[in-house]
Design a protein around this ligand. Structure first.
Ligand SMILES: NC(=O)C1=CN([C@@H]2O[C@H](COP(=O)(O)OP(=O)(O)OC[C@H]3O[C@@H](n4cnc5c(N)ncnc54)[C@H](OP(=O)(O)O)[C@@H]3O)[C@@H](O)[C@H]2O)C=CC1
Ligand SMILES: O=C(O)C1=N[C@H](C(=O)O)C[C@H](O)C1
Length: 232
């Protein structure tokens, strides 16, 4: 597959390394200064850029008939517009706040646990995410997906970075050194706590998941999620 990388930072470079191992070709490396892009040469675009750049990158890929996998976080206020644009143009799009297989299993576990905990009024849920100091957005996209998974399966109706009201999920954000990404969901009562935790040891899992999504997406039209790709 001929891949166009939109964003050639920490993730773009990791994807390049794994893509070559999987016999793919990187035919474009797009950054903020790129003047011209040969869209015709690209079978699938993989966007790991910045919150400010993601939507425009996705839109121009769709406009040029190029399927796009986006892992950029922090641009979700424009997600519905991206979905509508993709459907209108008969394009192909997968967005995931986290492409790693482990985190996608963690998402499923989080929803199942939320369902089990919902009737137990003695427990309150909260969340912590830890990332490297270079991260631009907070909370992480993954923490937002986890919070949405709890909200869909319980009486909680919002998340907050501040002091949580009765029906809000408190998310604590930590930025430390070069941490690739750690997420903990905690249910606490007076007598005990239940924690579920995912720890990324490096960025390979994210990159591999994005490549698997790109391999799956080529030849399809529509808007998909990692649930579709992994058949969860
Ligand atoms: N979904 C997932 O599984 C994962 C998602 N992420 C997310 O992916 C994104 C990128 O992460 P990461 O690689 O660590 O970040 P980096 O900052 O290392 O890389 C982002 C790159 O995008 C470049 N860029 C800026 N503007 C544009 C533009 N208009 N078009 C294309 N590229 C542009 C930046 O260039 P410059 O530095 O010159 O501005 C930089 O090289 C983040 O939003 C992060 O949260 C990260 C890991 C996993
Ligand atoms: O910025 C990162 O590094 C990461 N971002 C994603 C997020 O915001 O959830 C995924 C992963 O945690 C790493």
């Amino acid at each position: 597959m001929k891949i166009g990388l939109f964003g050639y930072g920490k993730m773009g470079r990791m994807i390049e390394q794994l893509a070559v191992e999987r016999n793919h070709q990187i035919v474009a490396k797009v950054d903020v200064d790129t003047q011209q892009i040969d869209f015709q040469s690209i079978d699938c675009a993989i966007d790991f850029s910045t919150p400010d750049a993601a939507f425009d990158n996705i839109k121009s890929c769709i406009d040029h008939g190029v399927p796009v996998v986006s892992g950029t976080t922090g641009w979700l206020d424009q997600y519905d517009e991206a979905v509508a644009h993709c459907k209108q143009k008969n394009g192909a799009l997968i967005y995931a706040s986290n492409f790693s297989l482990g985190v996608n299993l963690f998402f499923e576990l989080n929803e199942k646990l939320a369902k089990m905990m919902a009737p137990l009024e003695n427990y309150r849920v909260s969340m912590e995410e830890v990332h490297h100091v270079h991260k631009l957005d907070a909370p992480s996209g993954t923490a937002i997906t986890l919070a949405e998974g709890i909200i869909e399966n319980s009486d909680y109706n919002n998340w907050t970075l501040g002091k949580a009201k009765e029906t809000e999920i408190a998310i604590k954000v930590k930025r430390e050194n070069e941490v690739p990404g750690t997420h903990v969901v905690t249910y606490k009562s007076e007598v005990d706590s239940i924690d579920i935790k995912h720890t990324a040891h490096n960025r390979k899992g994210f990159a591999l998941g994005a490549l698997i999504a790109a391999e799956w997406l080529v030849g399809k039209t529509g808007v998909f999620t990692m649930r579709d790709v992994l058949n969860l």
